[in-house]
Design a protein around this ligand. Sequence first.
Ligand SMILES: *Cc1c(COP(=O)(O)O)cnc(C)c1O
Length: 400
Amino acid sequence: MASEKFIPYARQYVDDEDIAAVTKVLGSDYLSTGPAVTAFEEALAKKVAARHAVACSSGTAGLHLAMLALGIGPGDAVVVPSITFLATANVVRHVGAEVAFADVDQATGLMEAVDVEAALERAGKKKVKAVIPVHMGGQCADMAAIARVAEINGLHVIEDACHAIGSLQYGKAVGGCEHSRMAVFSGQPLKTIVMGEGGAVTTNDRDISDRMARLRNHGMVRERELFADKELSLDANGEANPWAYEMHEPGFNYRASDLQCALGLSQLEKLDRFVSRRRKLADLYDTLLAPLAPVVRAVARAPECEAAWHLYQVLVDFDRIGIARSEMMRQMREEGIGTQVHYIPVHRQPYYRQRYGETSFLSGAEAFYENCLTIPLFFGLEESEVDRVVRSLSLVTGRS
Ligand SMILES: *Cc1c(COP(=O)(O)O)cnc(C)c1O
């Protein structure tokens, strides 16, 4: 019914506390690179039990900083699952390395250790320097298994955790980096916590954290003990010049502002509430969707993971019901329900096809893509709206 409120597939939740936190920064001395940045970094590191967190301007910037800090560059290759957002693969190209696309499990959309091994074989083990598992929808790629393959082959592991803030694996928060060098988060408005735009990288490695912090600010070094050019940076008494800074490698302006970090910090304080609500709604979907199987099924559950459910994805047997996904999405839209597809396999993008040619070996990614549909899930979603979504799905798939 057109008169009913439109339900998007995702929506941010920003309350008066968040607004007050940002407003306070606006009236303060620092709009950027001030105390809110440090406070956000400390709170995030604590929340996920990592030693360090580096805030930055986006999740993409975080992934790029990770590549740069590990020294990945031309001649190297990095394994990336084909079911992910463009950014996960693009950052590999931004440092001049090649993307070795990996397949995913067609029931979960997650890259598995065997997929990493297959990608390594195809790309040539010597070239591959890193792997970026993606925690699709908030479910976790099997980090222990992937870390074993990585260790045998000398790969760095960087978690694309942009969907997984608040998720637990093996009972521990994603971002603690037990099985990785770094984990990257995003504060883009459709993610579980928002910063407007923004992101952060967590790590337990001090050197990597320091290097990322420099690279997000043009590569600037301000510490006296790190100065390499005494003539340039020190005065006659060996003191640092008051204006001194050095640049040892060029970086970027990937800073997060105090406005973004104040919002991020205020949102982080609500994370537990956000996640428990998302889990409750996901459980409700599971129950209400059960009668639609096998035509409509929730994505399979990854073991050892308590997902924060950034997305709720179903797999639909479109062939069996004889309706195209595009048509189904249009019909649901007419009923006031937003849906989305996460994601078009990145290896299918014209740029990557042109660079790497046709690929026939990513059948799990192709199958996941053919069937997946993201239905509404967000903190402010009502139980009655979950009901409406399921009724609409039943109708358009001819199950009721
Ligand atoms: C959102 C997202 C990114 C990029 O984050 P931005 O903050 O938008 O730059 C990267 N990877 C995945 C899986 C994402 O969902």
